[in-house]
Design a protein around this ligand. Structure first.
Ligand code: SF4
Length: 501
């Protein structure tokens, strides 16, 4: 499996064309910001993986922080989609919105409206921080969030541009905000005393980077204890003071390897970075060695930590061996770790695709996977993931919504990465049990999927799908062409307005 089977197709962008928007943003003074995004989140080998609006990542990080107000500035349709998605994922917070129209955008009134909104929200009794996120159109129009005050009444103000034409995935958009907050917190810590963490650790700590299943950091803490290390509040953080504690760690573990801007802040604070994560016996063995070495822990303590964890892990793996063939695709950043664990469980994993870019922090996992016959595709497109699944014919396809849909149409057992795999432990011994249970449950009766295909036989495909029609729905390509032209004309007008503002 070499991953070259499918050339990714160029999807129509919701923001109306990357090049047009990039040009508009550059003309509006955003050249430096765009160059920073391109450096931190390189595209390629193709344009952009297909996933949800990238800004969702930043929004989610903001909404999960205590005493943090998050405001969006963008088109109403984008904001509708983003608020819908955030509440679907249980945000339980209000999403702020500063609306605009062509006139307020072109005349610069939008920035004034944002400034007013930020002043209104900056109430120290309610908030530590106000985050304002520029979506595609305000970014392309050059709305200068960097001109907002850095602080109002002691409330920190953080403005970020998260355009879909500049940030490839929602995973990396998490890093845009996490990195911006970390930079702010680092500057505060360098300037003088800062708030103590809620729980003060007696031992030196390790900061875990990435959104992890809540039990995973607890398990990692138990693994680290024999080395005299504890777990720091992780990044993305849950409240502002956690950022200081995360910065104050002895070692940073880039469990999710795509947090480039955040890692830069940790490195600026002098913290060593360790890639990969404690998955499976080989992964955990290597990770404990690397963490111990980075934290200057003695060989005896590292051995003690391994002795406590590795033998029970071997037992757990031996009791749950399986022989399924699995493909893994996703956009969470933990895809390589999941594939490693599957292979240690005995599965054959010929392909893992991740929408995230290649960074140094996943090198060990990539090398290990390659050595075990697994092709690793960074910036994987849906087409590449689907082609891999068609070629490999797995017993189980783990992937994104469209991939799972395709697999189910073919009668291939398939589950969603985000809802199923990311919603369970991955690290340490609990990860072994959780992963084995997922694969066993999904592969034990593949005939269910064949039954499903038979049940839906004859209902048509694509836009001809339907149940209860008297005949096949008729295609009217002339209407499509008419609306396509209208859409293009609208987009061109909007882009011209943006460039003229
Ligand atoms: S902000 Fe940009 S990428 Fe996101 S939905 Fe709107 S147009 Fe699309």
């Amino acid at each position: 499996m070499d991953g070259t089977a499918a050339a990714p197709t160029q999807a129509t962008d919701c923001h109306g064309g990357r090049e047009t928007m990039l040009e508009a943003a550059r003309a509006a003074g955003k050249t430096e910001m765009l160059a920073g995004l391109a450096k931190d989140y390189p595209r390629g080998p193709h344009d952009q993986p297909q996933s949800m609006c990238p800004a969702f990542g930043s929004l989610r990080v903001g909404l999960r922080m205590r005493r943090t107000a998050t405001i969006l500035s963008g088109s109403a349709c984008c904001v509708y989609g983003l608020t819908f998605t955030s509440h679907f994922y249980g945000a339980k917070r209000t999403v702020g919105y500063v609306p605009f129209n062509s006139e307020s955008l072109v005349r610069g009134q939008l920035f004034e409206d944002i400034r007013t909104a930020v002043h209104d929200m900056a109430k120290p009794e309610e908030y530590d921080t106000v985050v304002i996120i520029n979506l595609c159109v305000p970014t392309a129009s050059g709305v200068p969030l960097d001109l907002l005050p850095k602080s109002i009444n002691g409330v920190r103000i953080i403005g970020i541009d998260v355009p879909g034409f500049g940030v490839p995935t929602h995973a990396e958009a998490k890093d845009v905000l996490a990195g911006a907050m970390l930079r702010y917190a680092r500057t505060e810590a360098e300037a003088g005393p800062v708030q103590r963490p809620r729980v003060v650790q007696e031992m030196p700590t390790v900061t875990l980077v990435g959104e992890l299943f809540p039990a995973d950091p607890v398990g990692v803490g138990a693994m680290l204890a024999p080395m005299g290390l504890a777990v720091a509040p992780q990044l993305p953080s849950r409240e502002w003071r956690d950022l200081y504690a995360a910065l104050d760690s002895r070692v940073v573990a880039a469990v999710h390897p795509f947090y480039t801007a955040s890692i830069r802040e940790f490195q600026a604070a002098g913290r060593p970075i360790v890639g990969s994560g404690p998955v499976g016996v080989e992964g955990t063995d290597a990770w404990l060695s690397a963490i111990g070495a980075a934290a200057n822990v003695g060989a005896a303590e590292i051995d003690a930590a391994k002795a406590r964890t590795l033998n029970p892990m071997r037992g757990a793996l031996a009791g749950m061996r399986m022989k399924s063939r699995v493909t893994v695709s996703g956009y969470e950043g933990s895809e390589l770790l999941v594939a490693r664990l599957m292979i240690e469980l005995g599965c054959e994993v010929p392909y893992v695709g991740t929408a995230c870019p290649r960074t140094p922090w996943s090198d060990l996992d990539r090398e290990w996977l390659n050595a075990h016959g697994c092709h690793v595709q960074y910036r994987a497109s849906l087409e590449q993931d689907v082609a891999a699944m068609l070629e490999v014919k797995p017993d189980l396809a783990i992937g994104t919504t469209p991939l799972v849909q395709k697999a189910k149409e073919l009668g291939t057992p398939a589950i969603y990465f985000t809802n199923m795999v990311s919603a369970r432990p991955l690290l340490g011994i609990p990860g072994i049990g959780a992963m084995a249970a997922i694969v066993k449950a999904q592969t034990k009766s593949p005939e269910r999927f064949a039954g499903m295909v038979a049940f839906f036989d004859g209902v048509g495909t694509g836009d001809n799908t339907g149940y209860g029609w008297q005949g096949t729905p008729e295609a009217h390509p002339q209407f499509r062409e008419k609306y396509r032209k209208q859409r293009l004309a609208r987009e061109k007008t909007l882009a011209n307005q943006s460039m003229g503002s």
